[in-house]
Every structure is written in C-alpha cells, then in structure tokens.
Design a protein around this ligand. Structure first.
Ligand code: A3P
Length: 328
C-alpha cells in the first residue's frame, strides 16, 4: 500500500486509491491505507500529488505538523503571531487572529492546495507558516532535505487526542453533510486501537517525527513539542519555538512583554471568545469555527471514558511504543 518508488502522481494515485484498503466506519471521511497510515481519500487523490508535484519549500518555511486534535489550532495561532509580529503586533486591535480563525491564518498543505494551483502558496511572503497532518514519511523529500523546511511537531496524550477527536467529529461532521450522532466513543476507541482512524495510527505518526527530531540535521530539522508541556509552560515553549523558527525574541521584546502578549492572544479563552470563532461562524473550509476550541486541558479523557476503556488504550499504546524509547 505504498509509498512507492518515486513521488505520488495524480495519475498514479487515481489508479491506486480504489485498490487500497478502505475504512468507512470512522466518520466523516472514507479512509484508505497508504504508506502504513489511514488517510482521507481526497488527500490521497489530490492533496498528496499536488504537494509532491508543485510545492517548492524555502529554507525559511515553517511547517507545523501534528496528528489531528493534538493542539494544531493553538500551534498555528502561536507560530503565526510570532513569525508575523513585526507586521502584526500582538497588541494591535485588528490583529488577524482577532478577525479570523487560526486555521485560516495558516493553510494546510494537503487540503488547501489540493486543486494543484500553487500560485497562492508561492505568493506568500517568507517566512511562510504552513501546516500538515501528513506523516513524516509521506512528506516530499525536498521538504525534509537539508535545505528543506523547519518542522515543528506537536504531540498529545493519545486518550485526550481520541476524546477530542470523537467530540470534534460529532460536532463538525454536519458541516460536511455527515451525521455522526450514532458514532460512539466505544467504536472510536476500538478503531483507534487498530490505528484505523483519521491519519492513524497515532503512535506511528508520533514516532516518525520523534525519530526525525533526534537525528543530527544540517537543515530540515524537527522541533518536537508536547501539548501538555505547552500547557504547563506556554511562554517557555513559545520562546523555544521562536528560536527554532529563526525569529527568537530579543531581551528587549521579552522585557516589553511581547511573549506574554502572544501567549495571551493565543490562549484558548481569548480565541474562543473572538467574534470570528463564535456564533456558528464557519472557517474557510466550511467547518464551524467554534468546534476547534473546547476545554484545552490535559487528562479530560477520564470525564468521558471508563477506566476499562482507558486501560485498553494504554495497553495498545504501550505495545505500539515497545522498544522505541519514547513515552507519552
Ligand atoms: P480538547 O478537545 O481536549 O479541548 P487541534 O487544534 O489539533 O484540532 O486540537 C484541538 C484541541 O486543542 C482541543 O482540545 C482544543 O480545545 C484545544 N485547543 C484549541 N485551541 C487551543 C488553545 N488556544 N490553547 C490550548 N488548547 C487549545
């Protein structure tokens, strides 16, 4: 089930996708297994070939990578506010994050350019901030090459990511015309255990980036962040991120409170209450903007899962991580 020799092409994927293993029990999208991961069909047919054919990374690019529901929206807000702080000071009343959902401030490579027209992407000023849920092994070689992009990855406790994903699916599915009311957490947990979920298996996704983050690179580095650590120390995490992205904060900026301003602007409470993210507004992809913001805490899985379900997932994760040296 791939990846195959050479880059995925439109023609190659059009022929290959219908023959790939199919999973339809995980709403809202049909998933196909490719390269060891369960990916949405549209990303395989169009997003991946478009990316491989037309995306020219620049050394200054920042690519935010994540397994879904691991803190992508927060990472997008923080990276965007940090990289663009000279043009958009975080205190400005018309800051883009006060007017737009963070998802719309940082495009997803495999969704937002799947039409194959990269002109808009080319026109973005450097340093560009982009995002992806793709696993490391499916990124084009030139993205992970020595002169490729800087990659920031965020990982999150699997049980929390699963609960977040299940609740998001139920809330956001109607936006894409799918009713997922009868999709139970038990079903979601069983599919997750088998890795048969959106961009799953999570452990493999995380391990690929974890391994990459530990390799000595000349470029194309990966900064590996944890959602839980970001919650514990948002300012410290932001400073590390800024340094890595090539736009570290000066002492003068720290003294002026710029770091704290960005942390505050990007906090769940602030973003959740922005007009653009309230009252059933939709983001550019047609998804309800408020569905990206919920509780934003560590350990909320226990409010939704039985201890037995938690144990079943812990065992599956332990098995998947065996011998890797990594733990959540
Ligand atoms: P919960 O559902 O557990 O609350 P993603 O952005 O990858 O889709 O992840 C969504 C999760 O990140 C949700 O978790 C959401 O509430 C949380 N989140 C969104 N914005 C956040 C922010 N600014 N700070 C902290 N967590 C945030």
């Amino acid at each position: 089930d791939g990846p195959h020799d050479g880059a995925p092409t439109y023609a190659g994927m059009a022929k290959l996708v219908p023959a790939l293993p199919l999973e339809t029990r995980c709403p809202p999208f049909a998933l196909r297994r490719y390269g060891g991961f369960w990916l949405p069909e549209a990303a395989l047919r169009r997003g991946l070939p478009a990316l491989h054919a037309g995306f020219a990374p620049r050394r200054a690019d920042v690519l935010l990578a994540s397994y879904p529901k691991s803190g992508t929206t927060w990472l997008k807000a923080l990276a965007f506010a940090t990289v663009r702080r000279a043009v958009h000071p975080p205190s400005s009343i018309d800051h883009p994050l006060r007017r737009r959902n963070p998802q719309d401030c940082v495009p997803f490579l495999e969704f937002d350019f799947d039409h194959g027209d990269m002109a808009e992407l080319e026109a973005l000023p450097s340093p560009r901030v982009l995002a992806t849920h793709l696993p490391y092994s499916l990124l084009p070689d030139r993205v992970v090459a020595d002169d490729g992009a800087r990659i920031v990855y965020v990982c999150r406790d699997p049980k929390d990511a699963l609960v977040s994903s299940w609740l998001f699916t139920r809330k956001a599915s109607p936006s894409v015309g799918v009713d997922s009311d009868s999709y139970s957490l038990q079903e979601a947990a069983e599919l997750f255990r088998e890795g048969r979920c959106f961009y799953g298996p999570q452990c493999r996704h995380v391990l690929e980036y974890w391994d990459a983050s530990r390799r000595p690179f000349g470029g194309g580095e990966v900064l590996f962040l944890r959602y839980e650590e970001m919650l514990r120390d948002p300012a410290g995490s932001l400073k590390t991120m800024a340094e890595f992205m090539g736009c570290g904060f000066s002492e003068e900026e720290v003294a002026r409170g710029v770091v704290d301003e960005i942390v505050d602007l990007c906090s769940l409470e602030k973003l959740k209450n922005m007009e653009a993210n309230r009252d059933g507004r939709r983001n550019a992809s047609g998804i309800r903007s408020d569905s990206f913001f919920r509780k934003g805490v560590a350990g909320d899985w226990s409010s939704h899962m039985s201890p037995e379900m938690g144990k079943m997932l812990d065992e599956a994760v332990e098995e998947a991580l065996q011998g890797s040296g990594f733990s959540f």
